[in-house]
Design a protein around this ligand. Structure first.
Ligand code: UD1
Ligand code: CA
Length: 448
């Protein structure tokens, strides 16, 4: 780690017009995490003395989510150089390297930033992307030093052919920053103060920027929803890799969608097409079968889930539980060893250990106005197609007969049954078939 003190300035005040959304651009999420938070968390690995985020004046929510880091306001969005100027008062008294980053590129590789932060001369990051369209082009001399950056809109035909592009990240000695910023004017296609003009003035000053170049295989910068979606893919892939490296077994990782905060124990087996929403924790020995959708849930050790299972927020699943196909669970705790194997709904329920909740059984938790609680003890047998009309308590060891609609509490070790007695008419089916067949033959004869 570098001995040069480091401050980080993140530019995030742009309106992000191309996103066509009211939300400040850097608050858009990748795998459920605002891009600004992804960037800040990464940058913290560099242990900077301070992180300053430049925001627009109406961006209160943005200033909230970047806390405890400092934010400053750029009153008018007059360009990236003007944005850095807004951070100067917050850098007062700081001596060291100032790393300037763009808030709309959260997946910037940290190794390169680390090298730049430790470098004792000004530097800029260059990329060779699949498509340079829209990016500034790096004008370098024979020694690879940066003489200037020309924005796509200001490029002539020859400059546009240059494939080495500006990543938008720079590391500048604090002692020179204000001086170089002061020189930047706005005589360009967009009439803005471009930060990209700074290397030119540094070179004129005899302190040219060095360039850290790296190839990238994805679009650079998030300016519109297409680029957001492309970054989301890259970030999801990074999450998959992290889980695989942590010992999670996946049959087809490309079809498994983790939320940024998903916690999965090593050794867990995940089949294809599984989606994790926010707040999921999966303990060791769990097997998640294909096509399951899980959010806001803790899955205890050695439990099997799916295929086609849905866990909704507030699901606390015990150990060794079996949750099978087409089962939905919401705001419920399921005791160790319980089985809910087929086609069931369990909502607002506390279920004890070793319960068998059979096919088609449901908790009737909603009366059209309020939600009600169902409490099921341990070793309870709930038969198939049972409606448990909440509020309801079923005590330990009770049996509820198949097909029953139960709206009274069931005491321990008792049987509760609520269904019509079947009436059986022997020979009825034979007679019915005979009559029907006769009528059919007569009708066919008539028709000729
Ligand atoms: C910028 C660079 C371009 C580079 C590209 C890399 C400039 C002039 N151009 O272009 O050379 O190849 O990034 O992605 O710097 N911002 C402010 N205040 C402003 C304007 C912008 O804070 O007044 C912030 C934005 O919120 C954004 C970042 O600066 O996070 C970059 O601005 P953006 O308009 O996206 O620049 P690009 O056109 O992508
Ligand atoms: Ca951009």
């Amino acid at each position: 780690m570098s001995t040069i003190p480091l401050a980080v300035v993140i530019l995030a005040a742009g309106k992000g017009k191309r996103m066509q959304s009211e939300l400040p651009k850097v608050m858009h999420e990748l795998a459920g995490k605002p891009m600004i938070s992804i960037l800040i968390d990464q940058v913290c690995q560099l242990s900077p003395e301070k992180i300053i985020v430049v925001t627009g004046k109406d961006m209160h929510d943005l200033r909230e989510i970047v806390k405890p880091h400092q934010s400053v306001i750029q009153t008018e969005q007059n360009g990236t150089a003007d944005a850095v100027k807004a951070a100067l008062p917050a850098l007062e008294g700081f001596q060291g390297n100032v790393l300037i980053l763009l808030g709309d590129e959260p997946l910037v590789p940290m190794q390169v930033l680390e090298e730049m932060a430790a470098y004792d001369s000004p530097s800029a990051m260059a990329i060779i992307p699949p498509d340079p369209y829209g990016l500034g082009r790096m004008m370098m001399d024979e020694d690879g030093q940066l003489m200037g950056i020309v924005e796509e809109k200001d490029c002539d035909d020859q400059q546009r052919e240059i494939l080495v592009c500006n990543a938008g990240n720079y590391c500048v000695p604090s002692s020179k920053l204000a001086e170089w910023l002061e020189k930047i004017g706005k005589d360009n296609a967009q009439g803005e103060y471009y930060l990209t003009d700074m290397p030119k003035y540094a070179a004129e000053d005899g302190v040219p920027f060095d360039v850290f170049t790296m190839p990238v295989d994805h679009v650079w910068g998030i300016n519109d929803c297409k680029q957001l979606a492309e970054h989301e893919q890259v970030f999801r892939e990074m999450l998959r890799d992290a889980h695989v490296m942590n010992g999670v077994r996946m049959v087809d990782p490309s079809t498994v969608y983790f939320h940024h905060d998903t916690v999965v124990a090593p050794g867990v087996l995940i089949e294809p097409s599984v989606f994790f929403g926010p707040g999921v924790r999966v303990d060791q020995g769990v097997h998640i079968k294909a096509f399951s959708h899980i959010e806001g849930a803790h899955i205890g050790a050695n439990t099997t889930l799916g295929p086609f299972a849905r866990l909704r927020p507030g699901s606390e699943i015990g150990e060794g539980v079996r949750i099978g196909n087409f089962v939905e669970i919401k705001k419920s705790s399921i005791g160790n060893g319980s089985k809910i194997n087929h086609l069931a709904y369990v909502g607002d329920c506390t279920m004890g250990e070793d319960v068998n909740f059979s096919a088609g059984a449901i908790t009737v938790n909603y009366d059209g106005f309020n939600k009600h609680q169902t409490t099921i003890g341990k070793n309870v047998m709930i038969g198939s197609n049972v409606n448990l009309v909440a509020p309801l308590t079923i005590d330990d060891g009770a049996f509820v007969a198949a097909g029953s609609t139960i709206n009274e509490d069931v005491p321990a070790d008792s049987l509760s049954i609520a269904r019509d007695k079947p009436s059986i008419r022997e020979g009825w089916a034979t007679k019915f078939r005979e009559t029907k067949n006769k009528k059919k033959i007569e009708a066919e004869k008539k028709a000729g």
